[in-house]
Ligand binder design. Structure first.
Ligand code: ADP
Ligand code: MG
Length: 337
């Protein structure tokens, strides 16, 4: 059974960056305004994420790493989120099956923090002579999640990982994208032992400033803000918020950040549609930057797509893509006159 659990967990957690994505979403769900990430060996040896969110109540710690443990099931809108992404309450459980997972957490009303170590979906058994977890300890308000030795017990997953440099660059990519989508939150990401972070953003910023900060000066004056939304003939409500480059910005490959209902996803058909719009105005072999935050009716995102399969499908995908393309084209047209 342990082996089956590991294999199932490996289907959800593919690599350090996919674990990190789940952890960042938990921090954001907890209302954090500061998220600090530390990584060792591309996140394979160590991935630690500290937030200043609401913390986890001590009483919830014993079952935290059990499958389907979620505190996010109480209202109808939570249910529609579940419908959107299929499975919930699986991230920490999955991680506990394929890595060493420990949690230090403190809610505002706790007088001290609590520490718990997990293995295989449950609290790790106490060492001889010790009391079982959770144990009181020092700590700030919020949560620190530590993942060590990812895939130590899952050799096939371990073998599928790339170099530590490549895994670390995927970590930075996830942090960069979530930082842009959440400019009110301060993010930082660094290698363990290093004093200077590789990504760092202030809290209380805005999307455009954060893009400029993280993608550099070349894009600073070349961003357009475009919006589009449901028209009278569309049945489902939707709304798109876009920051995209103008004709002066020419990247070597397309930079496409897509969030649907605040979740980082991939949609290669949309990406190709945007590339087609820009191919009319950019020199051959150069590509745009497009950040798109799309809000759709949660029930219209394909429920059969697993939460970690980032490629999504959603209802009215073609219509929405076409309208967003029109809006971008329209703005590009205005700028060239
Ligand atoms: P889900 O996010 O789908 O509920 P997870 O396995 O990702 O499932 O997390 C399980 C539960 O652990 C969450 O519902 C939440 O109550 C709690 N939790 C996880 N991470 C944090 C965090 N950083 N801050 C506060 N609570 C957290
Ligand atoms: Mg989660």
């Amino acid at each position: 059974e342990a082996l089956i659990n590991r294999i199932a967990a490996g289907e959800i957690i593919h690599r350090p960056a996919s674990a990190l994505k789940e952890l960042i979403e938990n921090c954001l769900d907890a209302g954090s305004t500061s998220i600090r990430i530390t990584s060792r060996e591309g996140g394979m040896k160590l991935l630690q994420i500290q937030d200043n969110g609401c913390g986890i109540r001590r009483a919830d710690l014993p079952i935290l790493a059990e499958r389907f443990t979620t505190s996010k099931l109480s209202t109808f809108s939570d249910l529609s989120r579940i419908a959107t992404y299929g499975f919930r309450g699986e991230a920490l459980a999955s991680i506990s099956h394929v890595a060493r997972l420990s949690v230090v957490t403190k809610t505002k009303s706790d007088s001290c923090a609590w520490r718990a170590v997990y293995a295989d979906g449950a609290l790790a058994p106490p060492k001889a002579g010790q009391s079982p977890d959770p144990k009181p300890c020092a700590g700030n308000d919020g949560t620190v999640i530590t993942i060590e030795d990812l895939f130590y017990n899952t050799p096939t997953r371990l073998a599928s990982l790339r170099s530590t440099a490549e895994e670390y660059s995927r970590i930075l990519d996830v942090v960069t994208k979530y930082a842009i989508h959440n400019p009110h939150v301060s993010f930082s990401c660094k290698k363990a032992g290093s004093t200077s972070p590789d990504v760092t953003t202030p809290s209380g910023s805005e999307v455009k400033q954060t893009i400029q900060l993280l993608y550099g000066h070349s894009i600073a004056n070349e961003l357009m803000h475009v919006t589009a939304q449901k028209s009278d003939v569309d049945l489902q409500p939707w709304e798109a918020d876009v920051f995209c480059s103008n004709a002066n910005y020419q990247a070597k490959k397309t930079i496409f950040l897509l969030f649907i209902n605040h979740r980082l996803v991939e949609c290669s058909r949309m990406k190709r549609a945007f590339e087609a719009v820009y191919s009319a105005i950019l020199p051959k072999g150069t590509f745009p930057f497009v950040y798109l935050s799309l809000i759709v009716d949660p029930s219209s995102v394909d429920v059969n797509v697993h939460p970690t399969k980032r490629e999504v499908h959603f209802l009215n995908e073609e219509v929405i893509t076409e309208r967003v393309c029109d809006a971008i084209q329209n703005e590009l047209g205005k700028q060239s006159h």
